[in-house]
Design a protein around this ligand. Structure first.
Ligand SMILES: C[S@@+](CC[C@H](N)C(=O)[O-])C[C@H]1O[C@@H](n2cnc3c(N)ncnc32)[C@H](O)[C@@H]1O
Length: 621
């Protein structure tokens, strides 16, 4: 393979740059040193498949050479967008952002294994720092990097304090202990960096538990405090399985767009091109060598015959996952495939479970008696055998304690770190510490790279659409004002060309009751809704249904329009929406959901842009 071609295929990973893991594991997963062809698969259903046990020389030729490029080259693109990764762990988020074309400038975490693992897998161009973010000010990072601005900040402040799993598992019952978990305030460190670096977009990942923790207090606080920093912030729930991760994993994203940039961030992420939504567990791990509990080596050869049989059985989905997500061609050796030992009693209990069954179901449906000594009324579903034909249960950091809920679908043992990493969509060349506890914790804590890549691609699309360049868009909007083309623009110009017009329009609608509002003809309602978006360009329609229960009063000097205090001053602290206008947003959602209002009219960027321009004009006057 030519050097140029090789580099095109491996743009983000310069093996020579990487450092060995602290535990001495060498970095052997080098695309350059990997002898041509030995580990590749090239089997599609239409290709003849070698019989089981056939040697490597009988394998079909590699398909990846013919495949179109699917990776955006961050390093070679003319002006890569820059990014910081805070609370970076081993780098799941960074990997996805790099793959989406970002240049990660720095990654910070206070955990030693996390930073060592990060350094072992990423280029030394990234400043990977072991620092406590509560004590490491953004000014110091800015001085180290020599920049005061980045395009994007991503990160996952620790989520254990909010985790619903933790609330259920008996380890942290009771409101008081949860509420006083100091880790819940770490989002403030993230926002401190946002305040300093003024990224155009930030993305903060957390568990869904943050929505309800302490009565929703933190969910509100993150959004309110980010808005106060000048960001149009909204929450989005992402479903890993829909994004190609073979796992049931739903996570909360907070996305903040600097409020001077027009545009609404899309409400749903698209899977990265390399991903295939709804991939099942079997497709991701079925080629790995069979192990018994306690068996395996930290580094060994792949079983290529098993891989071929696997792809033959599981088809293109497995082939795609292995080639494009796990990048098996770039891993010379199989690493971290070591099974934890289990007691004989546990192994007998594992053997009682059918594929896809947990101990509660086995007891209820088949009357299976288990030997485990736990209180059976509390821990009925303690043992779970995963299924090849479904997404795996959520991979959690708790896997480092025991693997009882992650029993292999067909073997009598729990999942290995490599299997867990594959379920999290980490490529096979990504090395984890030999120590299983560290490896499982880093893997379970990570943002799956496929989700991070989907986030990165959406951010990039948003930023490169030009919607963020206020200058260009103001000019464009002015010309549109002079020459209105669309129905939306005409409706804006006739009803909400000035902020007073907009407020009057809203006042009129606010005087109606819900029934009258429902009966309002489409055009009339649209004028009111667009007037609202025009007057509040810093709010996101996706937040218009989730307000929480806290209110804030806006002082008269901060009102978008003096004289309309009654209408505009009282806001929901979480969403930022004026309380008096809540029911208009409700009605807009109802019409949008029922298909009576198009997405373009609901997320009316023209109204928002006009609002931004109007604010700017007032400020400059
Ligand atoms: C949920 S994990 C983040 C995982 C990461 N986003 C990834 O994709 O791999 C949270 C991380 O925050 C780190 N952390 C917790 N408190 C910290 C602090 N005060 N300063 C720096 N890092 C911290 C933990 O060590 C842990 O790695």
């Amino acid at each position: 393979m030519s050097k140029e071609r090789e580099e095109r295929r491996s743009p983000n990973r310069r093996v020579s740059d990487r450092q060995p893991l602290a535990d001495g594991s060498p970095i052997t997963a080098s695309a350059r040193t990997h002898a041509a062809g030995t580990g590749r698969i090239g089997v599609r259903r239409s290709n003849p498949v070698p019989p089981h046990g056939a040697g490597p020389e009988t394998r079909a030729p590699a398909l990846h050479d013919a495949a179109p490029p699917y990776r955006v080259d961050a390093e070679n693109s003319p002006t890569p967008l820059t990014c910081l990764d805070l609370f970076c762990g081993c780098g799941g988020f960074s990997l996805g952002m790099e793959r989406a074309g970002f240049r990660v400038l720095a990654a910070i975490d206070f955990n030693e294994e996390a930073i060592l693992t990060f350094k072992a897998n990423f280029s030394t161009d990234i400043l990977a720092l072991r620092k406590d973010l509560t004590k490491f000010p953004p000014e110091t990072l800015a001085a180290n990097l020599g920049v005061n601005h980045v395009d994007v900040i991503v990160g996952g402040p620790p989520c254990q304090g909010f985790s619903t799993a933790r609330q259920r598992d008996g380890a942290n019952h009771g409101e008081r202990r949860l509420i006083h978990d100091a880790r819940r305030h770490l989002y403030r460190e993230f926002l401190r960096y946002v305040e300093h670096f003024q990224p155009r977009i930030f993305v903060m990942e957390n568990v869904l538990g943050i929505r309800s923790a302490a009565g929703g207090e933190y969910f509100t606080a993150v959004q309110k405090e980010a808005r106060q920093l000048g960001y149009r912030v909204h929450g989005q729930i992402e479903d890993a399985w829909e994004l190609g991760v073979p796992q049931k994993r739903r996570r909360q994203l907070f996305i903040g767009v600097r409020a001077d940039l027009p545009g609404y961030f899309l409400p749903e992420l698209k899977p990265a091109p390399r991903a295939e939504p709804r991939t099942c567990l079997g497709a991701a791990i079925g080629d790995l060598p069979i192990l018994r509990a306690g068996g395996g080596e930290d580094e060994r050869e792949y079983d290529f015959c098993r891989r071929v049989t696997h792809v033959e059985r599981q088809g293109d989905t497995a082939l795609n996952y292995l080639r494009h997500v796990l990048e098996i061609d770039r891993a010379a050796k199989l690493t971290n495939h070591v099974a934890r030992p289990h007691s004989q009693r546990d192994l007998r209990d594992f053997a009682r479970l059918k594929e896809g069954e947990n101990s509660k179901e086995a007891l209820r449906d088949r009357g299976v008696e288990f030997e485990f000594p736990y209180d059976k009324s509390h821990f009925k579903d303690r043992y779970t055998r995963q299924s090849r034909w479904h997404p795996c249960s959520t991979i959690v950091a708790h896997l480092s304690k025991d693997g009882l809920m992650f029993i292999h679908p067909t073997q009598n043992r729990s999942l290995t770190p490599r299997e867990a990493a594959r379920v999290q969509s980490f490529p096979d060349w990504f090395r984890f510490p030999k120590a299983r506890t560290h490896a499982f914790r880093l893997i379970g804590n990570a943002v799956p790279p496929l989700i991070a890549e989907a986030v990165g691609l959406a951010v990039k699309e948003f930023l490169s659409e030009g919607a963020h360049s206020s200058r260009g868009n103001e000019a464009q909007f002015k010309s549109e004002i002079r020459n209105p083309k669309s129905e939306i623009q005409r409706s804006l110009l006739t009803s909400a060309a000035t902020r007073k017009d907009a407020a009057r329009e809203l006042e009129r609608l606010a005087g109606l009751d819900r029934r009258e509002l429902r009966a309002l003809p489409a055009e009339e309602f649209l004028r009111g809704w667009h007037a609202l978006l025009f007057l509040f360009p810093g709010l996101h329609p996706d937040n218009a249904l989730d307000h929480g229960h806290e209110y804030e009063e806006i002082s008269s000097d901060q009102l978008p329009l003096p004289g309309y205090g009654e209408l505009l001053a009282k806001r929901f602290a979480r969403s930022g929406w004026p309380v008096a206008l809540e029911f208009i947003a409700d009605e807009a959602w109802r019409r949008f959901k029922s298909g009576r209002m198009s997405a373009r009219k609901f997320y009316c960027v023209e109204a928002q842009r006009a609002g931004l321009a109007a604010f700017k004009a007032v400020r400059e006057r």
